[in-house]
Design a binder for this molecule. Sequence first.
Ligand code: T1G
Length: 706
Amino acid sequence: MIPVTPSDVIKRELHGRVLVVRIDNPPVNALSARVRNELQLAFEAAEADATVDAVLLIGAGRAFAGGADIREFGKLPKPPALPDVCNQIEACGKPVVAAIHGVALGGGLELALAAHYRIAVSGAKFGLPEVTLGLLPGSGGTQRAPRLVGAKAALDLMLSGRHIGAKDAHALGLIDEIASTDDVLADGLAYTQRLLAAHAPARRTRDARALADRTSSRAAIEAARADAAKKTRHLFSPMKIVDAVQAALEMSFDDGLRHERQLFLQCLDSPQRAGLVHAFFAEREVQKAPETRKAKPRAITNVGVIGGGTMGAGIAVALLDAGLPVTMIERDDASLLRGGALVEKVYDRLVEKGRMSLEEKADVLARLSGSTSYDALDKADLVIEAVFEDMAVKKAVFAELDRVCKRGAVLATNTSYLDIDAIAASISRPADVVGLHFFSPANVMKLLEVVVPSKASADVIATAFDLAKKLRKVPVRAGVCDGFIGNRVLAIYRAAADHMMEDGASPYQIDRAVRDFGFPMGPFQVSDLAGGDIGWATRKRRAATRDPKMRYVQIADRICERGWFGQKTGRGFYLYAEGGRTGQPDPEVEAIIMDERQRAGITPRTFSDDEIMRRYMAAMINEGANVVHEGIALRPLDVDVTFVHGYGFPRHRGGPMKYADTVGLANVLADIREFAKDDPLFWKPSPLIVDLVERGATLASLNQSA
Ligand code: T1G
């Protein structure tokens, strides 16, 4: 092997008469401007070098290439553009082989498609996930992939954004060979030698013929268009992907490329790309809480869960899914059996769907044990309590944990609003206490609020973030206050919705406006799903300390007083047909609302959907800013991640804080001040927003790493 030129991102080595071009841009070989430039030079040199018969393109480190450098989006583009590099590779007069390991995603896969042949190790993954960033494959992918694998398979890859393995990629024709070992260089070289020995031509993907059957291609395109119109009606780029594949069918390759470029630039300019790219980086940034840099996590090899109710069982499943052994503690055998059955039910459903075998289910459940004695937790490294939301009950549980758990065990509470500092102060080891606020269903929802009591040691918090990684959850660091980040802000924008309901908007109009904004459900549908009794209990708990001058809407109380808690009782704000989940408006609820307006002396007025959303979002943004201002959330991006991953906030808008910057913080402040004319107590502008607007700064300016 003869190193040809010193370069830090593209290394060239001559192996006999094959030039190996290695992309070396950790951590994922993103195709930055530097990489693109050096790739061009490498292929120019290969073409001109008479000692080179073929080129083998591989990636260093853990990936072939993770795609275009996402950090470049929104900045001034630097040449050469990736499509030009791909075209140059494809036009190379000598055979070019891509040997893939790790991932080949987005522009990374497009680079491989521009090569003439492709081989991959068996564990390699492939994808065109640009749609998850509000984009489309903009380096020839929408033109080459359909020609190589057909319109249907190409559209499925691009519209789902999913990753596929080497076997599926080979079956589709995306790659030519699966390597017999994991040595991507050796097998790549051997494959290249075989191609040279067979005098294999420089086979250009643009000449592939998988679109030859125009009828089935057209049918696939129309089906994808109809599907995208239904499933992704809020998103901009899916339809552009369909348009690009239609161009692949109807235009010449070069015209198709030009059309792809136009469509790509339209996506690049859309606010959805800005929102989705923000969400991508934000959900990685939140993993880097200060404590994770200051301390090492404690080892977690086995975990206890106190409580086998909905939350306890869900948490147990999340832990079992992460491969951990779990000991469930309940107060008596009957409760323990019920808890175990709730856990087993989750796996029975997976077996029914064919996503788990009976043996796999047995293996998982073998890691679950149960006891009615806390003594069973004497070896646990971590215990998570998920018992009844009552301070006395929680303190009793922690007293037992303090008695039986080994030194160094992390003691976590899943409370959703109780004061964790008070719980920590009730035992001899407050430094070991942390809040792990899971969202129901705990084995499904990605968000995990890591609530940091004042006395917690840094390594306990680092352990909580390490646990989140094991559970494949998205952790957000939260300070101690009523409702932490999510539920505290939820209470405010739900109150704004209640005010509008009492002032004249129907709950059904409000829910529809919120759904049209991009949420899966509106606030009243959410209340019916979660159970109105939960919010009712919270309102009753807060009644004694509620500011009597603060507006209080009693409509939800009237509904709860009738036992109408939502789906679980067949009616709440909506009427549910027998066991159904799709509610219908309820005339009796509308009558209650009318009565309450009368009682409150309110003459109802109409609201436009636009005003509903301006009020709803202004309340959410204002309280989100307060949460940052008070240090409950580290940065605005932590609030964004909380709402995208825990409250259904539309990901393509990036989160409430990102959205505020998108619409303009000054406009949000103007709304708040407008609304304050009628209710100065509720609409108190966050000092953070006032300060940023005065300085002409954005919330994003506060997002540097904490
Ligand atoms: N550009 C820049 N940085 C990236 C990156 C990328 N494409 N992918 C990952 N990173 C960073 C990430 O922010 C993190 O940084 C670190 O790498 C490790 O990532 C023209 C336009 C590859 C499967 O959508 O899916 O190509 O936090 O924590 O869990 O048509 O990263 O360490 O500072 O996620 O092992 C298309 C996106 C781009 C792939 C690895 N490509 N990346 O997962 O590590 S658009 C993608 C991923 C495009 C072309 C279009 C994952 C991964 P930091 P990580 P991981």
